[in-house]
Design a protein around this ligand. Structure first.
Ligand code: SF4
Ligand code: FES
Length: 375
């Protein structure tokens, strides 16, 4: 008997990695280690077609990201087009490369929201983490320009060993800067993050203290700020529903047009990714092998297969299962029911141990150059 055709929900969001070029070198960047050179980037016309198709497919919001999206000289054209086709348009930026005039222009053209990354509240530490002198001061200016232009601002702070003692200060900084939302997200270990894991991992005690401090600020800030708090995976009992479920809510488009179910999907061997140059977004969403690889529950192994939480977390993150358990079909080892869970806690403790002897270890900064040298 044939199985009934599976109903595939329409995607809600699209993350457009317009470019991998970026002036900063953050050591936890989720971009792949093999960064796309500029020559491979989709041109303006191709990106506009992606956004038209996304709107027709039912996508509601688009996130213009990178790398640094302001590195694209056609950013204004892209924003205007997204607004014209009815997409809620969010710019995810380091702020470097934006000017006051450029932000005002984007606001007039229909930009809806800005997410600005902030590396620390301590200036020298912030610049060291970003690998860019003067970044912190510039970001404070950019935050003011964004709110002066009448755009809602979210501050994005990735938390790790070097800034974890100032996690709650990031929340206070967000209030001072007039942000409406702050994302306090403990570092995720994919891409450059896993390369720098030993330099980034805080101890379990540091993580617990930071989580408690941030949570304690919720009541105080509830009338002015929304706090989105992504707690550290390696110290959790259950995994997150990564991407809201594989191929369920959104898609990522790489600078060269490959459509991915999540930003780290290319780390999973054997997946076939389709490119927007060869297929429509609708075809990709419904029929591409990569998007269908982990939809539904048939691919699951035990303990997920018979677990009642599988409809809540979908077995966690496929990329983390690959990275930590060696197979993307395993339960995310962050889950305490996974046979690999103990190894995760051991890895976290091992990575954090470096803090005792070397609190400021050198980072492998995310640099385009490394890709060029590898070619
Ligand atoms: Fe989620 Fe699988 Fe753990 Fe159940 S066993 S909680 S489905 S990761
Ligand atoms: Fe790929 Fe979680 S990052 S599924």
């Amino acid at each position: 008997m044939n199985a009934a055709p599976r109903e595939i929900p329409k995607p809600v969001g699209l993350l457009a990695e317009l470019t991998h070029r970026c002036p900063l070198g953050c050591p936890y960047c989720s971009n792949p280690l093999a960064l796309e050179p500029r020559a491979n980037e989709l041109d303006t016309e191709a990106w506009l077609e992606v956004f038209s198709q996304a709107a027709a497919l039912g996508v509601l919001h688009v996130h213009l990201s990178g790398g640094e999206p302001a590195a694209r000289s056609d950013l204004a054209q892209i924003v205007a087009h997204c607004a014209n086709v009815g997409l809620y348009t969010n710019l995810i930026t380091s702020g470097i490369g934006l000017t006051e005039a450029r932000i005002q222009d984007l606001a007039v053209l229909g930009l809806d929201h800005v997410q600005l990354s902030i590396q620390d509240t301590d200036e020298s530490s912030a610049d060291r983490i970003a690998g860019y002198e003067g970044a912190f001061t510039r970001k404070l200016e950019v935050a003011r320009w964004v709110t002066d232009a009448g755009l809602p601002l979210t501050l994005n702070a990735v938390i790790h060993r070097a800034n974890i003692s100032r996690a709650s200060a990031m929340v206070r900084l967000a209030v001072e800067l007039g942000a409406r939302r702050v994302e306090i997200a403990h570092a995720q270990y994919y891409g450059w993050g896993i390369l720098n894991r030993d330099a980034l991992m805080p101890s379990a005690e540091e993580a617990e203290a930071a989580i408690a401090e941030v949570e304690a600020l919720r009541a105080e800030t509830k009338n002015v700020l929304v706090i989105d708090h992504v707690i550290p995976d390696y110290h959790a009992r259950y995994p997150k529903a990564c991407m809201g479920g594989w191929g369920k809510r959104g898609l990522n488009i790489t600078p060269s047009g490959r459509a991915l179910p999540c930003h780290a999907a290319e780390t999973i061997p054997g997946l076939e990714f389709w490119n927007v140059a060869d297929h429509s977004l609708a075809e990709i969403w419904e029929s591409s092998p990569a998007f269908n690889a982990f939809r539904g529950f048939d691919w699951m192994r035990e303990p997920c297969r018979s677990c009642e939480r599988k409809t809540i977390d979908y077995g966690g993150c496929r990329c983390q299962a690959l990275a930590l358990a060696g197979d993307a079909r395993e339960a995310d080892p962050v889950c305490h029911l996974s046979p690999h869970h103990a190894a995760v806690a051991e890895q976290a403790a091992l990575s954090a141990r470096g803090a005792e002897t070397n609190p400021h270890p050198a980072y492998a900064y995310r640099r385009m150059r490394q890709h060029a040298e590898a070619e």
